[in-house]
Design a protein around this ligand. Structure first.
Ligand SMILES: Nc1ncnc2c1ncn2[C@@H]1O[C@H](COP(=O)(O)OP(=O)(O)OP(=O)(O)O)[C@@H](O)[C@H]1O
Ligand SMILES: [Mg+2]
Length: 482
């Protein structure tokens, strides 16, 4: 394999000035360059020789640059493609990336960015990736599922499409924004993207952008030199350095303070970072995947999120449908989650019959898969051995209806009431069941916390915690009766 510096590059653009500028820039960087002004010229060059990288304009006199991309793919050639598009035509770029382009550049071309994008394409093309390359060829248009993809349960149309998109998009370097309500599996998708990419042997670094104090953001992201701030007793790597050759997952990107946004944009665009206290820029080869449950476009409108960063992060968007729009995934999800919970908690996996499943399907699950997982976990712990008990759904709470009255203590009957009220949320029902069990056990233990806890297989501290959460903690006698 040629060394990166002697890589062959094909530039296809119909504007002579831009073509020459690209050519000169690349020659100066030591590459071997050929140029073409239209599709026909490009095809004849491609027929005669192999290149490491092809850079093509989108709009050409005799067709679209996309056509070259498709042709290269059909012929299973290894050229990495970089697409240049006019500013503002983001859909084209997305289309190109979905068709397997390595990255895209917007015009007017920023030369610094141009050089760094080409450098990473050349590096990627030169990297020894026989296995990944083979996988890519085997895959063609019928992707086989990788282990990480298989962890994403769901065969609904929406989930199938999502998985196909993950495989397609994993190949490119372009930033991906994963959108979905809370608990829909955004992190799972980000991990699957990494695992399906050619960077899967590199690190996956996940960062919660909302959890870092603003004053520390810069050093956390870009690293810091020894002595750059009080307490910096040695050089420290930032997230970007830690994610080198891998994927940097920016979770809750909508929470990133405005002050940090331009700096992040710059790092992504130029693929370099400057650690705090350093005068040197460091190149970082990192694939960016971000995630949010927010409507970032609306945040842009309101001025709380920068538009340029939004466009840069959102080159490819993967949207995960909320659970209520893919109820058909519930049976498979419940089965997989119960097996997982059983394995993790050491409890036996309970049987899940059709009736229980149908009942689960009636409840709203605004917290999506995460909520389902929590509910199943609790239901397992509270169900009598064998089968998972799920009560019939009580229907949507009526507007203006009084809040369900809590039964006065003295009226609690020893036996089950004939028709227990139907809950509107599984959470409420589980709370009621847990309350009942805790109170009964405490009663049987003559209100002795330690004995009751031992009986329940909990520590006294855990029991106290639960009592507090269910508002059953004993406070002063007076306070509890008001
Ligand atoms: N399709 C799925 N198949 C299997 N497990 C899933 C699926 N979607 C989500 N989960 C599980 O649900 C839980 C929540 O997923 P994850 O953390 O990826 O969600 P999220 O979208 O990042 O949520 P949040 O916004 O709350 O951070 C995890 O335990 C994950 O494994
Ligand atoms: Mg998350």
């Amino acid at each position: 394999m040629n060394s990166p510096a002697s890589a062959r590059i094909l530039v296809v653009d119909d504007e002579p000035d831009l073509r020459t500028l690209c050519e000169l820039t690349l020659l100066r960087a030591g590459y071997r360059v050929e140029t073409a002004g239209d599709l026909a010229q490009a095809r004849s060059l491609l027929a005669r020789q192999r290149f490491d990288v092809m850079i093509t304009d989108m709009r050409l006199p005799d067709g679209l640059g996309m056509q070259l991309l498709h042709e290269l793919r059909e012929q299973q050639r290894g050229e990495r493609c970089i697409v240049m598009t006019a500013y503002g035509s983001a859909e084209n770029a997305v289309e190109a990336l979905r068709a397997g382009a390595f990255d895209y550049l917007t015009k007017p071309v920023d030369l610094k960015q141009f050089r760094s994008v080409v450098a990473s394409a050349v590096q990627g093309a030169a990297a020894p990736l026989p296995i990944a390359a083979r996988k890519r060829q085997d895959m063609q248009d019928a992707p086989t599922e990788t282990a990480a993809l298989a962890q994403i349960i769901g065969a609904s149309d929406a989930m199938r499409r999502l998985k196909t998109d993950i495989v397609k998009v994993a190949r490119s370097m372009a930033p991906v924004l994963v959108r979905g309500e809370s608990g829909t599996g955004k992190e799972l998708v980000a991990r699957a993207l990494h695992a399906s990419s050619q960077r899967s042997s590199g690190p996956f670094v996940a960062v919660n952008c909302g959890a870092i104090p603003e004053a520390l953001l810069e050093s956390e992201f870009f690293g810091a030199r020894k002595g750059s701030y009080t307490g910096a007793t040695q050089d420290r790597e930032g997230f970007f350095q830690a994610a080198r050759s891998g994927t940097l997952f920016l979770d809750e990107i909508g929470e990133l303070p405005l002050s940090m946004q331009p700096r992040l944009l710059r790092a992504i665009q130029e693929r370099t970072v400057r650690p705090l206290g350093s005068t040197q820029e460091e190149a970082v080869d990192v694939r960016i995947v971000s995630a949010t449950h927010r409507d970032l476009a609306a945040d842009v409108q309101q001025g709380s999120f920068r538009q340029d960063l939004y466009y840069r992060l959102n080159v490819i968007e993967l949207a995960i449908a909320p659970l209520r729009e893919r109820r058909e995934d519930l049976p498979a999800l419940c089965a997989a989650l119960l097996t997982r919970i059983a394995a993790e908690s050491g409890m036996p996996a309970p049987a899940l019959d059709e009736a229980a499943l149908q009942r689960i399907a009636q409840y709203p699950l605004p917290g999506n898969v995460r909520e389902l997982e929590n509910l199943l976990h609790r239901a397992m712990a509270l169900s009598d051995a064998g089968a998972l008990q799920i009560p019939p759904f009580g229907g949507p709470p009526r507007a203006g209806a009084p809040a369900p009255a809590t039964a006065p203590q003295h009226a609690v009957p020893q036996e089950q009431p004939a028709t227990p009220p139907r809950p509107h949320t599984l959470q409420a029902w589980l709370d009621a069941r847990e309350r009942e069990i805790l109170l009964r056990t405490l009663g049987e233990a003559d209100d002795d916390l330690a004995t009751a806890a031992a009986h329940l297989g909990l520590s006294a501290r855990q029991l106290r915690h639960r009592l507090e959460r269910l508002k059953l903690a004993r406070t002063e006698p007076d306070a509890s009766t008001t």
